[in-house]
Design a protein around this ligand. Structure first.
Ligand code: PTJ
Length: 246
């Protein structure tokens, strides 16, 4: 039981969510280490959503709304920390969720699907039910994906991702949106849109933006996407990391 008065209460709560998800076979052991790396960057970013993240969130919302077929890819960390937000975003966009894992095992895929199933309903594409295809250029089992899902999507949301897949998806001409607290990661650098923020903070903001912006005229959304510059956003985040405490 974590004391709510503890000065690091929120951070401890997130750790607790992940370790509990690890015990239930949802998050991988490597996912716990990945979270530690994320925490370090979050600390350096002041543990708040910066202006650069708000701008990326707007561009991500516009891109997702404009896409013909968006798919939200869920891994063990995303499921444990932001599974409910991912479901609400899928429902608002009327798009599918696909569980796709770096440390792939059928047992873990099914544990995550079970966690999402009740609220996600038909938005969840179950791994066992659909035809598979292989994404070229990915070394891990993450290359096995669903033809109906990531395989045929034009825009893929891949929060907390390893670098290989973002490159491979870009090679296939897909638009890639990620969430990554490390602005220097290969995924952050390769994606079209990088939301440099903690997944627990930015997904509710992304959901609100999608809800608001889906009523905007198409031209306005296109203007937001066209005016977005991911390199500029990454540079702004790096500046905050270097200078915010000075
Ligand atoms: O569940 P699986 O098997 O698919 O594995 C998931 C992980 C995350 C283990 C896998 O994709 C992986 O190894 O990822 P990486 O290469 O460690 O990259 C994860 C990135 O997410 C790192 O750059 C972290 O800084 C970042 N990160 C970690 N926690 C958060 C985060 N970004 C945003 N919010 C977080 N809470």
């Amino acid at each position: 039981m974590i004391d709510p008065k503890h000065p690091r209460y929120q951070s401890l709560l997130i750790r607790e969510k992940l370790t509990s998800a690890f015990k239930r076979g949802i998050t991988s052991s490597a996912g716990l280490i990945a979270h530690g790396r994320g925490e370090a960057f979050d600390y350096l970013l002041g543990e708040k959503t910066g202006a650069f993240a708000h701008e990326a969130i707007k561009a991500a919302a516009a891109t997702l709304i404009l896409s013909k077929k968006a798919v939200l890819s869920v891994n063990g960390n995303a499921a444990a920390l932001a599974g409910q937000s991912m479901i609400l975003i899928a429902k608002t966009l009327n798009c599918p969720l696909e569980v796709n894992l770096y440390h792939h095992s059928l047992k873990r895929v099914e544990a995550i699907e079970d966690l999402l199933q009740k609220k996600a309903g038909s938005h969840l594409l179950k791994f066992s039910k659909y035809k598979k295809m292989v994404i070229p250029g990915i070394a891990s089992k993450r290359k096995i994906t669903l033809r109906e899902g990531i395989g045929s999507a034009d825009c893929i949301f891949i929060p907390l991702e390893d670098g290989d897949r973002s490159h491979a998806l870009k090679q296939l001409g897909k638009r890639v949106i990620t969430v990554d607290l490390n602005p220097l990661s290969r995924t952050a650098q390769a994606a079209d849109i990088t939301i440099i923020d903690n997944i627990v903070r930015c997904l509710p903001l992304l959901l609100n933006n999608i809800r608001k912006m889906r009523n905007y005229p198409k031209e306005n959304l296109e203007k937001t996407v066209k005016g977005y510059d991911n390199r500029k956003i990454i540079r702004q985040a790096l500046k905050v990391i270097c200078y915010h405490n000075l």
